[in-house]
Design a protein around this ligand. Sequence first.
Ligand code: NAD
Length: 257
Amino acid sequence: MKRTVVITGSTSGIGLGIARAFAAEGANVVINGFGDAAEIEKARKSLEAHGGKALYHGGDMTKPAEIADLIATAEKTFGGVDVLVNNAGIQHVSPVEDFPIEKWDQIIAINLTSSFHTVRAVVPGMKAKKKGRIINIASAHGLVASPYKSAYVAAKHGILGLTKSVALEVAEFGITINAICPGYVLTPLVEKQIPDTAKARGITEEQVKTEVMLRLQATKEFVSIDEVAQTAIFLASEAARQITGTSISIDGGWTAQ
Ligand code: NAD
């Protein structure tokens, strides 16, 4: 029986990498997110190369009804959701006193509240099957802070709280829920914040990479998308069945200091 994996925010970056990793194992995958329709269709098709089916759902993770429809569509099409990966996320870099209120609301909605909506939608089906895996893509910023990222850091700390609380509720139903906390991964989300961070700190874009992003990553290397994706594969495996309510850091040593 093929597993069905729903990954929010998977038309780009880490989410698409996670979709590719599960698809390579023959799983059915449901991808979601924004972007150019032709590019998304190309990505969707490529996900079917290993025998599983791939479905695209354009639900906006700020809209509860569209999130409910994402999960309902996955359940209707494939007969259930075996693995949910909450990955959709955005960033905004600004001093707190200038932080646009609508950006705060949007970041909390996408990076935190959307996971409440997906989790509440998948848990009944997982409980009925007595099996399920939920993986939340948090961040090193779920454990420690950086300046000018108040909404993002608040949302990512929040997702770790959601992870722990739900883990206790579903543990006896064969369901695990964990968070992955990556350090910096060079994706469009990170590329976009380089000019803003340079402006906020009054430094060059190269300095942002070496003196801000990689300053605390002891390895002095960016984390790769596949390193995050393979950790998701492990958390979704049988071997990880006693791992729940916790977080795994993939941050080149950042949070060790
Ligand atoms: P990305 O910008 O490449 O991808 C984000 C995805 O989310 C895209 O598919 C985008 O279309 C989708 N998305 C954005 N708003 C959405 C909405 N309203 N509804 C549905 N989808 C929406 O970013 P990424 O770097 O791959 O980030 C993925 C996740 O990893 C995020 O939660 C991010 O916080 C987390 N993360 C990233 C890094 C990093 O360094 N890149 C580090 C730690 C954690």
